[in-house]
Design a binder for this molecule. Sequence first.
Ligand SMILES: [Zn+2]
Length: 146
Amino acid sequence: MSTGSGNRANPAQREYCDCGFPVASLVSWTENNPGRRFERCKFYSGNPHDGLGCRYWRWVDEGNVRWQRDLCNHLLAENKALKKEVSNLKEKLDSMEVDNVFWAKQASESKVKLGFTNGPKLGGAKFMFYLLVAVILGGVIVRILG
Ligand SMILES: [Zn+2]
């Protein structure tokens, strides 16, 4: 197994560290190294003073040149803004769907109250029939009482 000197342009990634633990392949998303691959021992410790863990850590990719770094950071910021916009639009859409369900229920209940349960034309005819019956009954009641 190669120990990986880190001097080659793009050395092969390692599976295991010299300490015996597997090596993890990772990607940096810091502003200085966006998208740059690196690897480190899974037993790695970032604290040199704790006396724990392994010290193996190295870049896999060469460093970004300035224009690549600026472009990556610009695209990352744009991606973040677009994700936020999509999230906001989804929230608005969810809210509109809730409103839509509410108003559909209101419309349905209004139709039931007015007797338009079987479509506007038939419901309208039913409504007129019941209105006529009510007027006739009202007239009969007025005659009986009067
Ligand atoms: Zn190690």
